[in-house]
Design a protein around this ligand. Structure first.
Ligand code: HEM
Length: 426
């Protein structure tokens, strides 16, 4: 205990940790996890320390301080703290993009962002692949018109297929794989049809130019980067869409506003594309409010400081774990009044009636380790949610009892399983 006391005195204040367990029990006993963080913020201030077992973790829960650290001084907070032994067993070393840092992480991050950006340009492979899945989802739901379904499973399959098609060039159809067309040449430009193909091409070119060990492109890296993109991209997106359906089922007036906008702007069963995005401010506000209320990652990932630094006057030594606690920002009552009430209007400008951008709305985090899949996720959320609501009316399976709003703890928070009836609108 004495040793722990001496250790604690070097960190910003925080709740008293138990030996071995630290403060993990408080988080585990209070699912989904942000309530203790909000309580500690009130008690100890915007920068406090809690202990994940033996690991002190400095939480930043104020937007201004988050900006000053993770954005203005982003280099200092670009690292990741990893469990070396576990990483060796699971990955065979430091590979991938979530837990790596330094040159490997930077080179791979640039490649992921560059490849995803290319998929979103020109003929817009990314949108094409997402819309293909939406058509399949619509057909599946039309076939069961009027009946109840566990919709989370269908969304999961659609989002899984989108990632698979972008990473590996195949999708799920029923229980079987369906391979998509491979790359070809168009206007003399060699285009990669999926991430793996682009990676292998880059690996070959680097090997020819730079030799075998001068770069981070290897088969082991390919396996791990695909694993990271798959894991980070599936549950987060599926759960957000399922929360959107849950909130839609709960709030009748909001549902009616969504339909009024869809009917006025789209007015048919045509596919909604990205070109429609700016014309649907209320739907965009609904999606943002869903992300805020779902608040998927209550604890977020820690960053590792690359040098000694100060945060809000507290000395923080090199190698410390610091977390931008985005869950506390999304539920900050000074930014989002009445934060536990679902209210899309907070994202609508009262005068112009257009979508209102709020800087503090940061579900994808901030700084150097900000989500790499943000562009893809936003496109998926908009296209899937807008097309689903335009095509179908969703109704609770049992009119008298709405599905629970209680969140389940997982890699990312998720709703309790529920079923709903789907009815075509056209
Ligand atoms: C609604 C969907 C999503 C949400 C809310 C979300 C949110 C986040 C958050 C909060 C982080 C942690 C950033 C930090 O360290 O502070 C993160 C990291 C990451 N996300 Fe996402 N994400 C989503 C979808 C995706 C998708 C679709 C992909 C890719 C297919 C993806 C790939 C990643 C990767 C690779 C990282 C690690 C970045 C790094 O360590 O440099 N995410 N995401």
């Amino acid at each position: 205990m004495k040793k722990l006391y001496w250790k604690r005195r070097n960190f910003p204040p925080g709740p008293i940790p138990l030996p071995v367990l630290g403060n993990t029990l408080s988080l585990a006993l209070n699912p989904p996890g942000y309530q203790p963080l909000l309580k500690w913020k009130k008690k100890y201030g915007p920068v406090f320390t809690f202990w994940f077992g033996f690991q002190p973790t400095i939480c930043i829960t104020d937007f201004k301080i988050i900006k000053e650290t993770f954005i203005d001084d982003s280099e200092t907070f670009a690292g990741r703290l990893t469990l070396n032994d576990l990483i060796q067993i699971v990955r065979g070393g430091h590979f991938g993009v979530i837990e790596t840092e330094g040159r490997l992480w930077l080179e791979q991050k640039r490649f992921v962002l560059f490849t995803f950006r290319n998929f979103g340009m020109g003929k817009n492979l990314m949108q094409e692949r997402i819309l293909d899945e939406i058509v399949y989802l619509i057909d599946t739901l039309k076939a069961i018109n009027g009946k109840a379904i566990g919709i989370q499973g269908e969304i999961d399959r659609a989002v899984g297929s989108i990632i698979n098609s972008l990473l590996f060039g195949y999708r799920f159809e029923g229980k079987s794989f369906h391979f998509l067309q491979k790359s070809g040449t168009e206007n003399g430009i060699e285009e990669s049809a999926d991430f793996c193909e682009a990676f292998l091409r880059e690996m070959r070119q680097r090997k020819e130019k730079e030799g075998e060990n001068q770069h981070s492109f290897s088969f082991q890296q390919l396996r791990n980067v695909c694993l990271d993109l798959w894991v980070a991209g599936l549950e987060t997106t599926t759960n957000t869409i399922t929360f959107a359906i849950l909130y839609y089922l709960h709030y009748f007036e909001i549902r009616e506003k969504i339909y009024a906008e869809l009917d006025a702007v789209i007015g048919s069963d045509r596919l909604i594309t990205n070109n429609d995005k700016c014309s649907l401010p209320y739907l965009n506000a609904f999606i943002s409010e869903t992300q805020r209320m779902a608040n998927l990652l209550p604890i977020n990932f820690g960053r590792k400081t690359s040098k000694d630094t100060y945060i809000n006057g507290f000395f923080v030594p090199k190698g410390s774990s610091v977390v931008p606690q985005i869950s506390c920002i999304l539920f900050d009552e000074t930014i989002f009044p009445d934060p536990f009430t679902f209210n899309p209007e907070r994202f609508i400008d009262a005068e112009t009636k257009k979508y209102k951008k709020i800087d503090e709305f940061i579900p994808f985090s901030v700084g150097k380790r900000q989500c790499m899949g943000e562009g893809l996720a936003k496109m998926e959320l908009f296209l899937i949610i807008s097309n689903l609501f335009n095509q179908f009316q969703l109704l609770p399976e049992n009119e008298k009892s709405l599905p629970s709003l209680e969140k389940r703890f997982g890699f990312a928070l998720q709703p309790q399983p529920f079923r709903c009836k789907v009815k075509t609108r056209f």
